[in-house]
Design a binder for this molecule. Sequence first.
Ligand code: SF4
Ligand code: F3S
Ligand code: FES
Length: 248
Amino acid sequence: MSYKAKFRVWRGEGGEGKLEDFTVEVNEGEVVLDIIHRLQATQAPDLAVRWNCKAGKCGSCSMEINGRPKLGCMTRMSTFTEDETITVTPMRTFPVIKDLVTDVSFNYQKAREIPSFTPPSDVKPGEYRMQQIDVERSQEFRKCIECFMCNNVCHVIRDHEENKPGFAGPRFLMRIAELDMHPYDVADRKDSAQEEHGLGYCNITKCCTEVCPEHIKITDNALIPMKERVVDRKYDPLVWLGNKIFKR
Ligand code: SF4
Ligand code: F3S
Ligand code: FES
């Protein structure tokens, strides 16, 4: 069964643009990305959209559909009524390159700022022994497909360009938490999480968790435990005494 859907798509580049209306054919079983591709094929050959896998695994096709961050390839047309207008816009937190394609290099910059896994010098690869619970904890975080929709939706940077230098965003605060909880990581990540990567900005609104297509419990399993680890460190009586003595 086919029908004609009303689409309103953001078009523009160089900081300028507007929503344009289209009427486009929809067939049974299709997703929003199929419709964007049909638009390219039939009405707007220069419409820019980023995608790769069309299977919800590469994280390339992040966009905002009716104002909500979604993967275009995983959003079924059957979730909309046939008479509704579907609005498709680029992710708002990142600069637009063209149409639906944003410049997500902010995220790569943040990734580079986090020191990599730092094992103890006397343990060699192949000698690591971990409990299953520690393996499973990181496995949840490793499901991340780097769609950056969590960073896109977080209010700390969504409308606050000025917060970007000091906030890694939920995706990379989760990375710091993963490393801090790793039994073989010896880097000190607690102070830097708070002071350099902006953990303190997060006020646990959980919007990041809501939009994660991999259903990672970013807030409950990474951000809140990391906040607890930072606080435990700060109020640990031995650390407090050490700071007093050595700061004199
Ligand atoms: Fe996307 Fe989830 Fe990874 Fe954030 S944590 S980048 S929402 S997959
Ligand atoms: Fe932002 Fe997620 Fe915290 S949306 S405020 S990082 S819980
Ligand atoms: Fe790869 Fe959508 S195209 S996640």
